[in-house]
Design a protein. Sequence first.
Length: 340
Amino acid sequence: MRKLLLYILLTIGIASGSYGQDFHYSQFYAAPLYLNPALTGSTELSRVGVNYRKQWPGLDQDFNAYSAYFDHYSFDLRSGIGVAVNSFQETNFNINTSDISFFYSYNLQIAESLNFRMGTQASIVRRSAALDNLVFGDQVDLFNRTINPSTMDNVPDFDPYSYLDVSFGGLLTGESFWLGSAFHHVNEPNLSFYPNDETGHLPIKWSVHGGWNFPLGSSQYFGSRYDNMASIMANYKKQGAFQQLDVGTQLLYRSVISGISYRGIPGLRDMPNQDSIIFMLGLKLENGMVIGYSYDFMVSPIGSQTKGAHELSIRYQFLIGDPRSRNQRSRILKCFDFMM
């Protein structure tokens, strides 16, 4: 039964990869450039971060995602610039999708505490595979219970290839809230390993996301002052037949961050949608570093066998230049103080 489950799950994973379902982070708020190009420079600081996700570690073969990014905000240009590298690996069939992405955003001030950001992203993506473990129907000899080494199916060489990927996004921010929307893969690049195959285009992914912060006052701890805060956040995305909703809440008390989220759309279980409860624990340090760990507990019947997913995020925010030159510290958006 376990081998059958593994086969089904990996088949779904390969099908999803073939039709271009993007990988996701449960801590979507901690992967800002991956979420929305308009979030480039959103903290009005310089920021560097890394993300790692290990999905379904209970299986013999699993899925891993890595991200690293840097972005910076220029007050003179009212613009954010950034760069990121991402890699997604499926270990059983060695499907690897890696990219280097470049970001630009422009900040339009609507009111004293209300801003609208427009962002764009251009990525160079490299995709490779080594599907040595594939078995086709004509290779299976049911009578002798053997696997023939050859097949009549047209199997491509799976040579690595590269393509250009373009995305756009918008973001509305205030003192305590943020609301954004992003459109990824607007040029719908072809992902097929087969030459001249026009059926393997990556569908556009669009998403709507936002959050709201609620100040809970301050507290003193070992001589330091901490601003306590509660937050709610959500992210809805749709790509082809796939759709997903993440909604959750977090509490920042002194330097400790705790949170719980839910992924899924009740009533749409016939869709390719996975339901999970996500538990999160993190630290916000005084030097600008935020560390977060989360665990996805799948509420579906196969959750105990897959053992969910582990995710780690580390990000560090700092100010380049003289903070007294234009009173820059007073302009830092509070809504991104620890979330983004």
